[in-house]
Design a protein around this ligand. Sequence first.
Ligand SMILES: O=P(O)(O)O[C@@H]1[C@@H](OP(=O)(O)O)[C@H](OP(=O)(O)O)[C@H](O)[C@H](OP(=O)(O)O)[C@H]1OP(=O)(O)O
Ligand SMILES: Nc1ncnc2c1ncn2[C@@H]1O[C@H](COP(=O)(O)OP(=O)(O)O)[C@@H](O)[C@H]1O
Ligand SMILES: [Mg+2]
Ligand SMILES: [Mg+2]
Length: 322
Amino acid sequence: MSDSTQERYRIGYALAAKKQQSFIQPSLIEHSRQRGIDLIKLDPTKPLSEQGKLDCVIHKLYDDDWKQNLLGFREKCPDVPVVDSPEDIERLHNRVSMLEVITRLKFPVSDSERERFGVPKQVVVMDPSVLSGGEGLGELEFPVIAKPLDADGSAVSHKMFLIYDQEGMKILKAPIVLQEFVNHGGVIFKVYVVGAYVKCVKRRSLPDISEEKIGTSKGSLPFSQISNLTAAQEDKNKEYGEDRSLEKVEMPPSSFLEELAKAMRKSMGLNLFNFDVIRDARDADRYLVIDINYFPGYAKMPCYEPVLTDFFWDMVTKKNHV
Ligand SMILES: O=P(O)(O)O[C@@H]1[C@@H](OP(=O)(O)O)[C@H](OP(=O)(O)O)[C@H](O)[C@H](OP(=O)(O)O)[C@H]1OP(=O)(O)O
Ligand SMILES: Nc1ncnc2c1ncn2[C@@H]1O[C@H](COP(=O)(O)OP(=O)(O)O)[C@@H](O)[C@H]1O
Ligand SMILES: [Mg+2]
Ligand SMILES: [Mg+2]
């Protein structure tokens, strides 16, 4: 609790309108306020050093003017933490460099832990003629998921296709990432990271594809942001007799996810991100990271207000950040 004589801290935020609406909720403002932290809306078009005292800056904006503004601020006020650096965030805007983070990890798994991790096999196709010419798969086999190479937050960057055969490739536009489809029981694990805090939740995913279905399916199937399936859609699934109840699905061991998250955080130099993990249906100890997102929808994480407030506190009192 704070009183009027106590020092107050100011966290400046620079977010797109939609993000601001979902993240800066009255409950978060109030929670932080009670801890002596005020959340201040920044004007990204004006120099940050002219927007009053700031004890920390958080942001999710990618244009060059904003990056210049941040650069100037970091030169003028090197002691104020900026969460996170645009250069480090940039790595997550490309679905190849994003997953390279995982393949390069030197993961300190203890002998007692059986869990292994990796990424699905994938190739990137830069040349449009490869898509129409019947090549491009390399050592991959159908079905594959086609993902736009850029993961820049645009609606189109979430537009995916499940591709069953060569004919289905014709719908694609380069540059595109082709990734092996891995059966995983229709559930993804979304692991939220907020500084040193780690929280895993379960979400719906694409259902497994049987050998029989692989043999009979043709062409391509478009989909987008499948894990944000609404409650109404969930009910509909149940109505159609689909009982893949999320509650029954076992979580990955928390010690494993915590170690993985910690190693990722150190390696990327980032504090605010989440990642999607699937469990290989053929090998229950094998986990595959398929996606890493900068500054995700934290309001959907349980207890987001105290968790974020604790993080802000650590930032302004200079503890615990990478
Ligand atoms: O909008 P939300 O709350 O669904 O959050 C999106 C995230 O959903 P999630 O929290 O993982 O369920 C979403 O995660 P996914 O890519 O769907 O795994 C992204 O982080 C998205 O940001 P961007 O469009 O990639 O810049 C996030 O969008 P922004 O809120 O940053 O626009
Ligand atoms: N290799 C894969 N195997 C099986 N399902 C996948 C694979 N990659 C992605 N998916 C499914 O597609 C969804 C979207 O893919 P993702 O890479 O997370 O893109 P986005 O950035 O739009 O969230 C995932 O949440 C998961 O349901
Ligand atoms: Mg995802
Ligand atoms: Mg993503």
